[in-house]
Design a protein around this ligand. Structure first.
Ligand SMILES: NC(=O)c1ccc[n+]([C@@H]2O[C@H](COP(=O)([O-])OP(=O)(O)OC[C@H]3O[C@@H](n4cnc5c(N)ncnc54)[C@H](O)[C@@H]3O)[C@@H](O)[C@H]2O)c1
Length: 288
């Protein structure tokens, strides 16, 4: 931790005032490029094989982090490894279904064994579907809750445990959705809305639960993004018609990845349980 306050007081030459902590010599505050440098850090990105997760892996690696992609899509993950390998980035893949707690723990163990620690977790893996209320079944409901909510919670549990053992703290970024905070996606995404609003609440409660362990957790809420998942969304014809009648701004997933990156670095050191909408103004009703 560093203090800009102390730094500028010294710079202004008021370190003779006798105020405690004011006489440490020259200003050693890290520069912005040092704050954003993740060299030596290790990250896990769930769902990192494609879409938003892929873009997050890219930004973390660009800043020097070594990254483990935890995903079920092995074919896409292998292609991602090839792409990142060509750029000289250090990326590994572990096949892990976030709904399977044993696989989640194994993915975290793999990361610690491979890289010696885990400093950053981004819980990006998620699914959605378009369905009217009458079309929801127990099966579709539990599938969405399992991946979006249970997968998020148990991945955080496993990583927080590893971070606590390391005694180094860490940073966790959850991925919810602006859909989780508004009625805009009704009447076609009830299960999704429920799962993502739960991720927001989970993030806020965990922010308090993990702070004393030196773990900061914050949440990003994307609006619509052009990703492989978005282009192949399941849905009935009726749901599709309703979807097409709404016009929200669509993001390139890197627009969101950059904000997740920021929350993975010390630039967000004073943030706990924050929810950041990255939606081109959709939540405020600012349409294109
Ligand atoms: N695309 C959008 O418009 C949009 C909007 C708001 C929020 N989001 C959220 O952003 C996140 C990423 O979405 P995306 O658009 O990149 O999706 P995507 O479908 O393109 O990518 C999702 C990734 O998650 C992985 N995944 C799915 N189920 C998994 C499981 N059980 N275990 C491990 N990995 C699993 C997939 O294999 C894939 O690699 C999701 O949490 C999604 O809910 C997306």
């Amino acid at each position: 931790m560093y203090s800009f306050h102390e730094g500028y007081q010294r710079a202004l030459g008021i370190d003779e005032t006798g105020v405690p902590g004011m006489s440490r010599g020259t200003n050693n505050d890290p520069s912005m490029s040092e704050i954003l440098n993740l060299t030596g850090k290790v990250a896990i990105v769930t769902g990192g094989a494609m879409g938003l997760g892929f873009c997050v892996v890219n930004r973390l690696c660009e800043a020097g982090a070594r990254v483990v992609i935890a995903d079920v899509a092995d074919e896409y993950a292998e292609r991602a490894l090839g792409y990142f390998g060509d750029k000289g980035y250090v990326v590994r893949f572990v096949k892990a279904d976030v709904t399977d707690v044993a696989q989640v723990k194994a993915a975290v163990d793999f990361t610690v064994k491979e890289f010696g620690a885990v400093d950053i977790l981004v819980t990006d893996a998620g699914v959605w579907a378009h369905a009217l209320l009458s079309e929801i079944t127990e099966e579709t409901f539990y599938e969405m809750i399992d991946i979006n909510l249970k997968g998020t919670l148990f991945f955080i549990q496993a990583v927080a445990d590893a971070m606590e053992r390391q005694e180094t703290g860490g940073r966790i970024v959850t991925v919810a959705s602006v859909a989780g905070l508004s009625a805009d996606q009704a009447p076609i995404m009830f299960e999704y809305v429920a799962s993502k609003s739960a991720v927001v609440a989970l993030t806020k409660s965990l922010a308090k639960g993990l702070k004393h362990k030196g773990i900061r957790i914050n949440c990003v809420l994307p609006g619509g993004m052009l990703t492989p998942g978005a282009m192949t969304t399941h849905g009935t014809e009726a749901a599709k018609e309703l979807r097409e009648s709404t016009r929200s701004p669509l993001a390139d997933p890197d627009d969101v990845a950059r904000v997740i990156f920021m929350l993975s670095t010390p630039i967000s050191d004073f943030m706990y349980g924050a929810t950041l909408s990255v939606d081109g103004g959709a939540f405020l009703g600012i349409e294109e």
